[in-house]
Ligand binder design. Structure first.
Ligand SMILES: Nc1nc2c(ncn2[C@@H]2O[C@H](COP(=O)(O)OP(=O)(O)O)[C@@H](O)[C@H]2O)c(=O)[nH]1
Ligand SMILES: [Mg+2]
Length: 218
C-alpha cells in the first residue's frame, strides 16, 4: 500500500517535471557580475561542470530543446551566469554556470571565475541545488573536487551527474558510477546517489527532471 503510494507520487512528480521543463523555458539574462543578478524571487537550480562536459547538451535535453543553451564554441570564453526562466507562471530558474578546468585560461580569468561563483554560491538564498556534471569517460578530476569544495564550504547541496554515458561500455560505466558514488559519500553537501545520463540517448533525463523539480520544491 505505502509502496504503491510512493510509486504514484513519483509518477506524478515525473509527469509534472516533464510538463514544466519542456514547457515555457526562456533565456532571461547573463550576469557577468553579481550586481546583474535577477531578483531572487523563485527557487534556482544551478549547473556546473568542466568545459565540454556536456552541460549545454544536458540543459537542452532536460528542456526538450535543440538549442536553448548555446553549445560553447570557444571553451572558457563564457564567464557569465546564464539564467533561464521555467514555467508559466514562473516556477523556477535554471542557472548555467561558467565551465571550468579549461587548460589555457590565464590565472586572472580563473580567479575571476572563482570569485564570481563563490560569491554567488554563498549569497544566493534561493539556490536550492547545484548539479555538478562529470564526464563518464573521465570520472571525477581535481578541478571537480575544487568545485565540490566550493559547494561544501558554501553549504549548497549538490548532485553529481555523469554525462555522455553512451560513450563508454556498460562495465566501464558501472565502475565509474561506483567510483563517483564513493567520491560523493566523502563530501558533506553531496547527495550520495549519482545520476547517470546521456543527452544523446535520453538516458536518465526523466529521472533528473523529477529530481530538479523535487529540489526546487524542497
Ligand atoms: N555521445 C554524446 N556526446 C555528447 C553528449 N553530451 C554532449 N556531447 C557532446 O560533447 C560535446 C560538448 O558538449 P556541450 O554540451 O557543448 O558541453 P559544454 O561545454 O559543457 O556545454 C559536444 O560535441 C556534444 O555533442 C552525450 O550525452 N553523448
Ligand atoms: Mg556549454
Amino acid at each position: 500500500m505505502s509502496e504503491d503510494t510512493g510509486d504514484d507520487e513519483l509518477a506524478e512528480l515525473s509527469e509534472r517535471a516533464r510538463k514544466l521543463l519542456t514547457g515555457r523555458v526562456e533565456f532571461l539574462l547573463s550576469a557577468p557580475q553579481l550586481k546583474f543578478l535577477p531578483d531572487p524571487v523563485v527557487p534556482e537550480i544551478a549547473f556546473a561542470g568542466r568545459s565540454n562536459v556536456g552541460k549545454s547538451s544536458l540543459l537542452n535535453a532536460l528542456t526538450g530543446r535543440k538549442s536553448l543553451a548555446r553549445a560553447s564554441v570557444t571553451p572558457g570564453r563564457t564567464q557569465e551566469l546564464n539564467f533561464f526562466e521555467v514555467g508559466e507562471p514562473l516556477a523556477l530558474r535554471l542557472v548555467d554556470m561558467p565551465g571550468y578546468g579549461f587548460a589555457k585560461a590565464p590565472i586572472k580569468v580563473v580567479e575571476r571565475w572563482k570569485m564570481l561563483v563563490r560569491d554567488f554560491l554563498r549569497g544566493r538564498q534561493v539556490l536550492k541545488r547545484t548539479l555538478v556534471l562529470i564526464d563518464s569517460r573521465h570520472g571525477v578530476k581535481d578541478v571537480d573536487r575544487d568545485m565540490m569544495k566550493l559547494l561544501d564550504e558554501a553549504a549548497v547541496g549538490y548532485r553529481l551527474v555523469l554525462t555522455k554515458a553512451d560513450k563508454i561500455k556498460a562495465s566501464e560505466l558501472a565502475a565509474v558510477h561506483a567510483a563517483t558514488e564513493a567520491e560523493a559519500r566523502k563530501r558533506t553537501a553531496a547527495f550520495p546517489q549519482v545520476h547517470v545520463t546521456s543527452s544523446e540517448k535520453g538516458m536518465g533525463v526523466a529521472e533528473l527532471r523529477a529530481a530538479v523539480l523535487a529540489d526546487a520544491e524542497s
